[in-house]
Design a protein around this ligand. Structure first.
Ligand code: PEP
Length: 256
């Protein structure tokens, strides 16, 4: 009804080595197949650690799986003397379709500023990757500025320089809801998602605002996913903890 294909994305964070990743993706594919999952109805993607990506790509392409995958971060640089970093070109060469950018753990533990996030978004777009741009307020921000101000300003900064038809996904992840077991309510998620969509209309285009998927993230589980998807401006979820539980994650993908 919203004209946007719902998107369920699993952020594995620093979990599962490449052997565990192969086993997990195989089982996930079987479980969804058994459930007659139609990937045209609900797109599903996993975001494994970098060292798993080649294995996951090989499995997905050999078995012609409809699962998508992406990286959890990307360098803002093209190549060269940046020890430990991974370029957008490398991810594109691995046929990754997506890349998470600006996750609150990167902002918090790796000092990623709005400027760095914007540079990473530009790098992803340059290589044809779809950035999953994460924004969200801390509990302190919420008290100080209200619900939408911080996420809206983070998204505005992240899109600095992006083309009006940029192909992106936005993930609204209140920091206080991540890994806390205390999800936002669907109404709270909708309020911010609505504000983010309005911003997309201002800084990109009306078409991009209409087409862009806005995900909610933060303690999403099989038993609360449906409520979020019922909201007008929420088009899916970025799932952390529950994406590592096969049964839980497949149920989230099967939210109907
Ligand atoms: C996340 O870190 O992207 C996330 C949403 O985590 P969790 O689902 O565990 O709250």
């Amino acid at each position: 009804p919203k004209g946007r294909v719902p998107f369920i994305a699993g952020n594995w964070k620093m979990n599962l080595d490449h052997l565990q990743a192969i086993a997990f993706v195989q089982k996930l594919a079987w479980t969804l197949k058994d459930a007659n999952h139609d990937f045209r109805d609900v797109e599903v993607a996993v975001f494994p650690p970098f060292t798993d990506l080649r294995s996951v790509q090989t499995l997905i392409s050999a078995d012609k799986l409809e699962l998508k995958f992406g990286g959890q971060d990307v360098s803002q640089h093209e190549s060269g003397a940046y020890t430990g970093e991974i370029s957008g070109a490398f991810l594109a060469a691995l046929e990754a379709e997506y890349v998470i950018i600006g996750h609150s753990e990167r902002r918090q533990y790796h000092g990623e500023s709005d400027e760095i996030v914007a540079a990473k978004v530009a790098a992803a777009l340059k290589h044809g990757l779809v950035p999953v741009i994460c924004v969200g307020e801390t509990a302190e921000d919420l008290e100080k500025y209200g619900p939408s101000a911080v996420p809206v300003s983070q998204l505005k900064a992240a899109l600095n320089g992006a083309a009006p038809d940029a192909n992106i996904v936005v993930a609204y992840e209140p920091v206080w809801a991540i890994g806390s077991g205390q999800a936002a309510t669907p109404e709270q998620a909708q309020q911010v998602a609505g504000a983010l969509r309005a911003l997309l209309g201002e800084v990109l285009s009306a078409e991009a605002a209409e087409a862009t998927r806005i995900l909610y993230g933060g303690s999403v589980k099989a038993n609360n996913i449906a409520g979020f998807l019922r909201e007008t401006d929420v088009d899916g979820a970025l799932v952390g903890g529950a994406s590592l539980d096969l049964k839980e994650f497949s149920s989230i993908a099967q939210f109907r």
